[in-house]
Design a protein. Structure first.
Length: 203
């Protein structure tokens, strides 16, 4: 009996999180209501408040879960390959994460007035490890600490995502972020040590 209740609780919790994912495609976080979320999830408001003190805590749980899952997936994908290849994999996955979130969700996420509490650290840590490993094996320059280089890279990438939102998804986010990673690669490595293609990009 206790196991059935536990499974039911897990199902309700997951249903609420899934409802937020669906609603975020068309509704900004600040405009979502608990009643709307409960209706989408098929649960009562009592069940909602059993798991979450309020909407803000639910949104934070949703964002933190998504960031951690994506970071874990990238870590699996970058087990092999050069530091440059790993950097490209990270940016490709980061772009895909933003594309899956969509313009409306990102507007809420990146809004300076929304003040959503979410943990960006998992993605930051994965990129920092890629850069630190690249510094250790001589691929990336050591003129700045890995944490500072990571912060610079994430600033560019988040800025790109912000512009994509402002322009209502008018440009190819994946292609733009790949352009950014090419520029960052030139800044992070000694270009004389790597072959260059006819576009001036590191091979």
């Amino acid at each position: 009996m206790q196991k059935k209740q536990q499974k039911g609780s897990e199902s309700s919790y997951d249903s609420i999180l899934s409802a937020v994912v669906r609603l975020a495609k068309t509704v900004a976080y600040e405009k979502m209501t608990v009643r709307q979320i409960c209706k989408e999830a098929g649960v009562s408001t009592g069940t909602f408040y059993h798991f979450f003190p309020g909407k803000a805590e639910l949104i934070s749980a949703h964002l933190n879960t998504g960031h951690q899952e994506r970071a874990d997936n990238i870590e699996r994908l970058v087990q092999q390959g050069s530091a440059i290849e790993k950097l490209h994999v990270f940016v490709k996955e980061y772009a895909q994460m933003n594309l899956e979130a969509g313009v409306e969700e990102l507007k809420s996420l990146l809004s300076p007035t929304e003040n959503l509490q979410h943990n960006r650290q998992p993605m930051f840590d994965v990129l920092k490890k890629i850069i630190a490993d690249g510094q250790k094996n001589g691929t990336f320059v050591k003129s700045a600490p890995a944490v500072e280089m990571t912060d610079i890279a994430m600033t560019y990438l988040r800025g790109c995502a912000y512009c994509w939102c402002v322009k209502e998804g008018a440009f190819d986010l994946g292609a733009r972020m790949q352009l950014i990673v090419n520029i960052l690669t030139h800044a992070f490595v000694d270009v004389l040590s790597f072959p260059i293609d006819d576009r001036g990009m590191i091979i």
